[in-house]
Design a protein around this ligand. Sequence first.
Ligand code: GDP
Length: 601
Amino acid sequence: TDTDHEASGEEQSLRTPIVAVLGHVDHGKTSLLDRVRGSAVIEGEAGAITQHIGATAVPLETISEISGALVNPDDFDLPGLLFIDTPGHHSFSTLRARGGALADIAILVVDVNDGFQPQTLEAIDILKRTQTPFIVAANKVDTTPGWNPNENSPIQQSMEAQSDRAESRLNEALYEIIGQLSENDFSADMYWRVRDFQGNVGVVPVSAMTGEGVPDLLAVLMGLSQRYMKEAMAIDVTGPGAGTVLEVKDERGFGKTLDVVLYDGSVRTDDTIVVGGLNEPIVTQVRALLQPRPLAEIRTEKQFEKVPEVRAAAGVKIAAPDLDDAIAGAPVRVVRDQPVAEVVEEVQAELAGLEVETEEEGVVVKADTLGSLEAIADALAEAEVPVVRAEVGDVAPRDIAVASTANEPKHEVILAFNVDVLKDAERRANEQGVRLFESDVIYQLVEEYEEYVDEIERSQQEQVLDKIIRPSRFRILEDHVFRQSSPAVVGVEVMAGTLKRNSNIAKWEGGKPKRIGMLKSIQDEGEDIDELRAGERAAVSIDGPTVGRQIDEGDELWTELPEKHAKILEQELRDEIPSDEIEALSQYLEKHRKVDPFWGK
Ligand code: GDP
């Protein structure tokens, strides 16, 4: 804020933009990150990239070396790019900062052969929601039939060097992706044709395998950040730090530690920090700030080295007491020249913004981070699935206890995203019939659950349907009386519905169905059968009536329907029964309602 700027001891500086990589599984996120890091190691001086906790920093000079003519370092004053190491959007959605996305910019990786896939769409949704600027890396261009690789070359150069056939094949695939982006409300084009990157998404053809297009990718990221994010990158690097917890991890010799990406200010050893916890914000004191040891020193026993201070943007491991209840995705704040209570309140407010709304009845959701919890909650809300409890953490016995008290079988479930199921919990789930769904892909989790609900509903309906008497209308055929009585045996044809064995048979008389007996058996060419469908004929035996008295040739008869069954059929099972049964039902109801308009209602 302005008053901060006037305060003394301030050191304004431009920080590195934070970059996240998203995309569908197997489209090449990891490979692309590895390639960027690998190129940086090859091209740059030793130590040109810095390994942080959970992130890799690539300085401007290295980017300029990789990108050659595409990046002139004199045009830039941002110091480089900080890549979040864990690709995938579940970690991306974890990375919140003050209600927005922690990543300043994103790379959406799309396999040129595979195009948009479910997780691509999921990623697009998250990018839209968090209003994160992004570029598309159209990856695996080297798999274009007839492709001639040009290791680490800028992509336009490499495309020009291809055969016409290969080039046009690739262009086709690229335009497919551009079309899919536009279907999702993003106007897009090849990056070299984009003038206004704020209104348009640039598509960069790349290969993580050959490095083609990687110079372009870095140049576009750098250019975009410089052009549109410079102001947002201006921070007081000595101010109180603000960051987001990537992971809470046990570390030998340190106990529970926080892997944090710091996006503002600085953190120092002995600083008081406030971090979001399971029940309430945790106030504690930094015991040590840990960074990975440089590659050269990896032979030493200890994995980490202690540093006295870390400035944004950076990834750092924070060791401090009382971190057991800290949660991934939660905010971390350094307390400096501000009352602790005020910072606690800020953290609380930010956590409240991340909270999932719960209902009295619904499913239990467990996830690895606040961000992923929120993303699942959104997906469930869209699918109209209520949530009774949503928490960060492994599936524990008490979660089973909650799930087992649900009123409906379809809510006796736990949806677990990217977390472990404790042994005890698994056993109890088996004992109590709580169904566990586990996945590290959100749409799969929701889809599997929806299939399960369909299955339950289908079997419930089948059970109901089994017990319900089904309507039928049938006719006694002329010249098909085989026996007069005890039982009467006659030939019939079913006009509508399904005639079943052991049904009461009725005939309409004076506006009412009058029971005339029970249908004992159905015989088709000497074989006993259970039911007769509309349009079929067979001989049936009916206990009770005598032909020529209660029934006669040409008579119209019905399966007698109890009022309650008629009501369930009409109101609940309409969609489950065939149309000729509905026809028989409607005729039956119509006859009844002529006399009693409310019958079966
Ligand atoms: P992620 O799931 O998105 O992280 O995908 P990976 O980086 O693990 O890649 C999935 C598979 O695609 C691996 O077998 C990679 O070797 C392969 N792959 C990734 N990028 C490329 C590429 O540019 N060209 C080719 N030919 N294969 C690639």
